[in-house]
Design a protein around this ligand. Structure first.
Ligand code: NAP
Length: 217
């Protein structure tokens, strides 16, 4: 797949490396492509608009506060495409920047009209995105999105880079996923556990539920 990653920071580089290893073609979108090329020798770096235009799927890997501006810079190139939002909505003091009846992903979707927005990857530390694993364990990544096909495409990408994708539901469910990103930041930095930590969803065997018919008798 031709994938544009907007941003040239920690997440962009790690996801770019992993997705490239999984046979995808990566183009980075930067505010200053010439400067970014110096920092990333060999990488295909273009302007934000060009990168978005020259791709089938776009990953927005910029700070939450810069997301609106980055979407504007795409100049509608995102229309009709999958747009993956990885952001953790933090303010300048690294505090939760949203209420609990809203999410960065829904906000971004309002700006990126016509794009199929999928929330993903925000609970995984950038360093761990390179393999998607910690030891033998696949790190869970939680996804939300209104377009089922788009979500399924991103789930396949997550699986291809080593992670365990978990579908949480419609884009509104990003309201549950985003605070989990803050939880990881608090553990990693606040509690000084470092970034070699990740979430895993345990799936036990469910006790058999009586069918509706059985229940009626
Ligand atoms: N770091 C993590 O472990 C991690 C994990 C999960 C999710 N996230 C989320 O992923 C996103 C990117 O995080 P990151 O750690 O990769 O950040 P970062 O290292 O600071 O990189 C952000 C990139 O965004 C671009 N950018 C565009 N507008 C910007 C602006 N106004 N200010 C600063 N940078 C701007 C920059 O690329 P150009 O200068 O080339 O334009 C920059 O390299 C954030 O929303 C973060 O919450 C981070």
């Amino acid at each position: 797949m031709k994938i544009a990653i907007i941003g040239t920071g920690n997440v962009a580089k790690s996801l770019g490396q992993a997705l490239s290893k999984a046979n995808n073609e990566i183009v980075y979108g930067s505010r200053k492509p010439e400067e970014a090329k110096q920092k990333m020798p060999g990488a295909n770096v273009q302007s934000i608009e060009e990168a978005a235009r020259n791709s089938e799927l776009i990953i927005l890997a910029v700070p939450y506060e810069a997301a609106k501006e980055a979407v504007k810079e795409m100049k509608k190139a995102e229309e009709g495409k999958i747009l993956v939002d990885v952001s953790n909505p933090l303010d300048k003091n690294w505090r939760w920047a949203k209420g609990f009846n809203e999410s960065a992903a829904e906000e971004i979707a309002k700006h990126a009209k016509g794009a199929k927005v999928v929330k993903a990857f925000n609970t995984v530390f950038a360093e761990n995105m390179k393999t998607g694993m910690l030891g033998q364990d696949r790190i869970a990544t939680f996804l939300a999105g209104d377009d089922e096909q788009a979500k399924s495409t991103v789930m396949n990408l997550a699986k291809a880079i080593g992670m365990d994708p978990v579908d949480v539901g419609s884009l509104e469910k990003a309201r549950y996923i985003e605070p989990a990103g803050l939880l990881m930041i608090e553990l990693g930095y606040g509690k000084k556990m470092g970034t070699a930590i990740g979430l895993k969803l345990l799936r036990g065997q469910q006790p058999q539920q009586p069918s509706q018919q059985q229940q009626a008798h």
